[in-house]
Write a protein that binds this ligand. Structure first.
Ligand code: NAD
Length: 468
């Protein structure tokens, strides 16, 4: 069994203690992850600090070339990383699983590598010249969750590095191995100390996000942890990008063809087994087509192959961990107790299995916990509506504001409704689609700031204005 190490200052650092990472499909131990101490954390931050002057003083073109080399390194090891990701996360190799995630991470890295940070001339006349420069912040701490460990690590790391920062990455204790291996690989092309990784218990996240030597925290995870980071970062006024939880609503208008949209609705909700921040998590369907949408969605869902992700034919896997599994069980119980009609699934598997079945529950409404709270698993509540104003109000009646969608043949009407949703991204006839050239972020409790594109890159910089 493989034993993984921290990567600090370009070197493997073995720890005295380790913890087991288990395959959620089988329960088998995938590898031993290093358990970093407070001393290891200090060493990682010190290495990042030491590497910062030289890295930040390289030209943008040099950093672009090294960022492309990082992307190439990921590409060379794509299959190895995908298999490791499936083994520790549970998502299948195929479908929108590990190969898709690793390929996406590589593409994202290449895209980010070619972004520019030009000096903006604000004024240049007889009264003088005023320029806006974007300077690196310093040491960036990246803290990631367990649902897309590889992609999210890359989303954090690449713009931070390109802008001239150095990074300490901390993956989730549920899924640390792919990040540890990826950082080890890309350290073959990066100068020592520019990208470091530590793994271990949750205290590391709190220590990183309040550490005086860290200039910025980029965090993806739950809203509860995001709030703790927000307050921990206050003392030293850190820059923050917080990508937090979502409870995205989808509104289906009466003019759709229920059969035609069933596939799109299904994958909007069940991408990565529902363990996706911007998945469709509450589906509001007009009364006139409610039963037809329920029927076609159920028929589509029945044919999805679920199982061990290393089996090539499967496209959905287990819930990643027991903590999340128990949350799902609890929310489904609340849905049943509140009069929810189970269209499929809804039964807790026996024994130690983490394979919660694909579950569709009809006849719920706002006020039921499965509608109001983020389920983050393979369960979708379907809510009946008749009045458009009322359904828009219900969609917005939630503390989260990550994404939302409207489904209709009338694109103009759907666009107008989508713009009334209180969320960072609104889609028409799709959901959860993201691109590296489009900013992504939440409003309300779903976060602060954006990632991707020029806007995301800018969040890794401080502005300095130069009057001359
Ligand atoms: P989590 O908040 O439990 O953990 C995320 C990370 O924070 C882990 O690395 C964890 O070790 C670390 N951590 C724990 N306590 C900490 C503390 N006090 N200070 C700093 N770091 C700490 O989240 P999770 O369960 O891993 O992820 C699921 C959540 O992430 C869901 O709510 C989901 O919606 C959200 N998410 C959001 C996005 C987005 O882009 N908005 C993307 C993916 C996931």
């Amino acid at each position: 069994m493989a034993t993984f190490a921290l990567i600090i200052d370009g070197k493997r650092v073995e720890t005295a203690e380790h913890f087991e990472v288990r395959n959620p499909s089988t329960g088998a131990v995938v590898g031993l992850a290093p358990k970093a101490t407070r001393g290891d954390l200090e060493a990682a931050i010190a290495a990042a600090q030491a590497a910062f002057p030289a890295w930040s003083q390289r030209t943008h073109t040099e950093r672009q070339a090294l960022c492309h080399a990082v992307a190439d390194k990921i590409g060379e090891h794509a299959e190895e990383l995908a298999r490791l990701l499936t083994s520790e996360q549970g998502k299948p190799l195929n479908g929108m699983g590990s190969r898709f995630e690793v390929g996406g991470a590589q593409a994202w890295a290449h895209y980010t590598a070619q972004l520019e940070l030009p000096v903006k001339v604000i004024q240049d006349n007889n009264e003088g010249r005023i320029e806006l420069h974007r300077k690196p912040i310093g040491v960036v701490a990246s803290i990631t969750p367990w649902n897309f460990p590889m992609a999210i690590a890359i989303w954090h790391i690449m713009p931070a590095l390109l802008a001239g920062n150095t990074v300490v990455s901390k993956p989730s204790p549920y899924t640390p191995l792919t990040t540890l291996r990826m950082v080890e690989l890309v350290n073959e092309v990066l100068p020592p100390g520019v990208l470091n990784v530590i793994a271990g218990e949750d205290f590391l996240g709190a220590a990183l996000s309040s550490h005086p030597a860290v200039g910025k925290v980029v965090f993806t995870g739950s809203t509860g942890t995001g709030k703790k980071i927000f307050s921990g970062a206050a003392e030293t006024m850190k820059r923050l990008t917080l990508e937090l939880g979502g409870n995205d609503a989808g509104i289906v208008l009466p003019d759709v063809d229920p059969q035609q949209i069933a596939e799109g609705l299904f994958w909007s909700a069940f991408i990565n087994n529902g363990q996706t921040c911007a998945a469709l998590k509450r589906l509001y369907v007009h009364d006139s087509i409610y039963d037809a949408v329920c029927t076609h969605l159920t028929n589509y869902a029945k044919n999805i192959p679920v199982g061990d992700g290393l089996t090539e034919t499967n496209v959905l896997g287990p819930v990643q961990n027991r903590m999340q599994f128990n949350k799902i069980v609890d929310l489904v119980a609340a849905a049943k107790a509140g009069g929810g009609r189970v269209l499929m699934g809804g039964e807790t598997p026996a024994g130690d299995s983490l394979f919660y079945p694909i579950t569709l529950i009809a006849d719920l409404d706002n006020g039921n916990r499965l509608v109001d709270e983020e389920q983050f698993g393979p369960v979708l509540p379907i809510i009946r509506y008749t009045d458009l104003e009322e359904v828009i109000a219900k969609a917005n009646d939630n503390p989260n504001g990550l994404g939302g969608s409207v489904w209709s043949k009338d694109i103009q009407k759907a666009r107008a409704i989508a713009q009334r949703l209180e969320c960072g991204t609104a889609w028409v006839n799709k959901h959860a689609a993201i691109q590296p050239n489009v900013p992504f972020g939440g409003v309300k409790n779903s976060g602060l700031g954006v990632e991707f594109s020029d806007e995301g890159l800018h969040e890794n910089t401080n502005i300095q204005v130069l009057y001359s």
